[in-house]
Design a protein around this ligand. Sequence first.
Ligand code: SF4
Ligand code: SF4
Length: 299
Amino acid sequence: MHLKILYRGSLISCNYGCEYCPFAKKQQSAAELATDKQEIERFINWIAQNSHYKFSILFTPWGEALIHKWYQQALVKLTQMPHVHKAAIQTNLSCKLDWVEDCNKAKMAFWATFHPEWVTCNKFLSQCLELNQRGINFSAGVVGFPQFKAQITYLRQNLPIHIYLWINAVKKELPNLSQEDRAFFQSIDPFYELNTQHYPSLGKTCRAGKSLISIDGEGTIKRCHFIKSPIGNIYDYNWEDSLFERTCINETCHCHIGYVHLDYLELDKVFGSGILERIPHNWDYNLAALLTGESKYKA
Ligand code: SF4
Ligand code: SF4
């Protein structure tokens, strides 16, 4: 069985200070960081011991993880395991990147977010180009505020054409966006409008809880990051009993890392094996189709 995991441990700190983020410039004590490190190491051991599964893992930290060596080491170790298909991470891409040479690059992926208020466009771009030059798969993206349009244009013009640049829709700001703003974001990211929706999910089948789970530092299993009730713990002998098909108990689902697993949306066909790191399947094809006005996957 192939199990996808969203891992979010005890890390709640970041080297950037984005205005809208609760982890902005937050620091943690040495003891708290040591706990996070121990949790990661325990999780890696658990993955190693469960080689009867195939795993794809996305680290979705509350803060920036790759400035800590133990997350870099986690990716190195995971990508070297034969039964791990993918190890990916959400990052602000502020860390040094030489360590990626120790990974099995074919299995590694980054979800890199540009934060225009904390890093220059050229610095972020140079990190992206280094990742590309080192042969790492990644998506890059920006939160869709109209004041970032110039930087977004610059990034799209300077990123290699095969790199997908996503725009995260700010749902509560949508009423304030002009049609021109939305058209601009859609012209950069043909899946932007997909990300503007609150998808009805109550009673709908979702792969979360069956073939995708959320895990915290203590091993608690939840079906996804958006339904808080635990369904088990990976460190219990019977953890596999918690995996079965479920219907969603939330009214709607609006975050990429959630709604892409709703069965009826069939977004696994859009993102394929890049679903965790947000890289559309056949992205080159889609870009070409977009440029000729024939995007296959219209919102
Ligand atoms: S880089 Fe990400 S985690 Fe850090 S402050 Fe900004 S939004 Fe928050
Ligand atoms: S639809 Fe969203 S909230 Fe509901 S189970 Fe799936 S991922 Fe979780």
